[in-house]
Design a protein around this ligand. Structure first.
Ligand SMILES: [Zn+2]
Length: 234
């Protein structure tokens, strides 16, 4: 299967893939991630990050600028996106096909993303009908490295009364995911802020036909998009 010209991401070691994924995640719009942030994200000492950064730089996967941080070059970005694709396809397969709950797939995917071959992942994607988002609403990069990097506003910033659709939430906090599932606030659900208590107090939401109260911290982690008023087609 011809997936990735040039670099073969399948051949990278798990630590290399984890570093590149962390840098991709942390770099965001600026494109640069500080080595301290990378260390914190991966839970390793800054000194060991420095060693790995030199290695990745020597392998032509990242650019390192002293005092500024690291940025992925095209090869490193391709490896990061391939790893993210594997992670998100696996999460989708575990929930859709194997019936896992959405709060139980992240840790499995963290391990399997390094072990699964590209062929296995592509077969999973095909079996799923080539999904564009994972169970948490995160965009799945295409096999040739395109990804929807649109930023979304958080539920915490939504005006009162505006009808919105839940788009995405981080997959890393299982407790939060379980709570969101309890109040039916999952990707695709329509949500409205009915009231907001002052001084960063809780928000009263309407999800489906049900009212729920959530904290500001939770609302900040839930990404939404406004529902456009569509003309009646009948
Ligand atoms: Zn995950």
């Amino acid at each position: 299967m011809d997936i990735e010209p040039g670099v073969d991401p399948g051949r990278m070691s798990a630590p290399v893939e984890d570093y590149l994924k962390a840098i991709y995640d942390l770099a965001g719009q600026s494109g640069t991630a500080s080595t301290n942030d990378v260390a914190a994200r991966l839970g390793v000492a800054p000194a060991s990050v420095t060693g790995m950064i030199r290695r990745l730089s020597g392998q032509g996967l990242i650019e390192y600028e002293r005092y500024r941080g690291v940025r992925l070059n095209d090869s490193g970005r391709a490896v990061a996106l391939r790893t993210i694709r594997r992670h998100r396809v696996i999460e989708t397969y575990l929930t859709e096909v194997l019936g896992y709950a959405w709060d139980c797939v992240h840790d499995e995917a963290e391990r399997l993303e390094h072990a699964a071959s590209d062929e296995l992942v592509e077969r999973m994607a095909t079996a799923l009908g080539n999904p564009t988002a994972d169970p948490h609403g995160a965009p799945i990069p295409t096999a040739d490295g395109h990804v929807d990097e649109r930023k979304h506003r958080s539920l915490a910033d939504l005006e009162i009364g505006t009808l919105a659709r839940m788009v995405r939430v981080s997959d890393k906090n299982a407790g939060l995911l379980r709570y969101l599932a309890e109040i039916d606030l999952t990707p695709g659900a329509e949500v409205q802020v009915l009231a907001r208590a002052p001084f960063d107090g809780p928000l009263t939401l309407q999800v489906g036909g049900t009212e729920s109260v959530v904290g500001q911290g939770l609302a900040e982690q839930v990404m939404v998009e406004e529902v456009e008023a569509t003309p009646d087609k009948s």
